[in-house]
Design a protein around this ligand. Structure first.
Ligand code: PAF
Length: 280
């Protein structure tokens, strides 16, 4: 595996690969790698000749300076994991390399970016669109891989890819990887206190149970019940729970109004903000 820190070197290596007709799989990450990331990498490995993993804590997508400051950074351990996973290129640029000057682009991301995370974290999705569009332009991948834990993010990236004309690039969404007790894997989990780590699996348990009860209840009733049950767990506090259309991300009021409904939740466990979702 080659660790690359500059855009020039990345372009140089990838243009040779492209001349040779090789396919390129890109897995964008912010590091602090866990088995969820490794499952994306495994899939990229199976489906492409060359696998590029970017490790970059993107400052423009953090609307909270404390969140950016405390975001786990484990570059050395990450590179060992990437090497062991058979990655060809770890792209680990500095902030200056990615943003030699401030990125002032404002993307017209539309309704998919206005609800839930978009409403709670102003500017977050614009920052995601900035970095992912840069990574797409720098690597020109055949396929790019994203985890469904950040379900709304995938819809936003699809929208960005559409408006930026990345038409030939396939965006691959991959299922959530969970700990044995059901907690969705996340780089933020390492910041959970032991008590909150014990409480956190209740999120997935309650969401799963709500799917079984959905046939006998309205969307509003299911929403209310999920919020109530999670808030009843010591240490957990729901920020939002919304049941939305899986394509448009718009809240639904009637189960029949959509092909696929997804319930998206964010929960504070102490000061750690956890995110999860479930399909109905
Ligand atoms: O999901 C993430 O880890 C980030 O939002 C991403 C897609 C790597 C962009 O920084």
């Amino acid at each position: 595996m080659e660790i690359i820190r500059t855009v020039d070197r990345l372009s140089q290596i990838l243009s040779v690969a492209k001349e040779q007709g090789k396919t390129i799989g890109l897995v964008p990450t912010m590091g602090a790698l866990h088995d969820g990331h490794l499952s994306l990498i495994e899939r990229a490995r199976r489906e492409n000749d060359i696998v590029v993993v970017s490790v970059f804590v993107n400052p423009t997508q953090f609307n909270n300076p404390d969140d950016l400051r405390t975001y786990p950074r484990t570059e050395e351990a990450d590179c060992i994991k990437l090497d062991n996973a058979g990655v060809d290129i770890a792209f680990v640029p500095s902030v200056e390399e990615i943003y030699p000057e401030p990125d002032t682009r404002v993307f017209d991301l539309g309704p998919v970016a206005e609800v839930m995370e978009g409403a709670m974290r102003p500017g977050h999705f614009n920052g995601v669109a900035q970095i992912v569009s840069k990574l797409f332009r720098m690597t020109r991948p055949t396929r790019a891989y994203f985890g469904e834990k950040d379900f709304q993010q995938i819809a936003v990236i699809r929208r960005m890819a559409c408006i930026e004309g990345f038409d030939s690039l396939e965006i691959v969404s991959c299922p959530i990887k969970r700990e044995a007790d059901g907690l969705a894997m996340s780089s933020r989990n390492v910041r959970l206190s032991p008590e909150n780590r014990k409480a956190a699996p209740a999120i997935h348990r309650i969401l799963s149970e709500s799917v079984n009860n959905a046939s006998a209840a309205s969307v509003a009733e299911v929403t209310e019940s999920v919020i109530k049950q999670i808030n009843a767990v010591d240490g957990l506090e729901v920020e939002y729970y919304q049941i939305v259309d899986a394509d448009t991300m718009q809240p639904i009021t009637d189960w029949d109004a959509t092909r696929q409904a997804v319930g998206c939740v964010t929960v504070y466990a102490g000061d750690v903000r956890l995110i999860d979702n479930i399909k109905y």
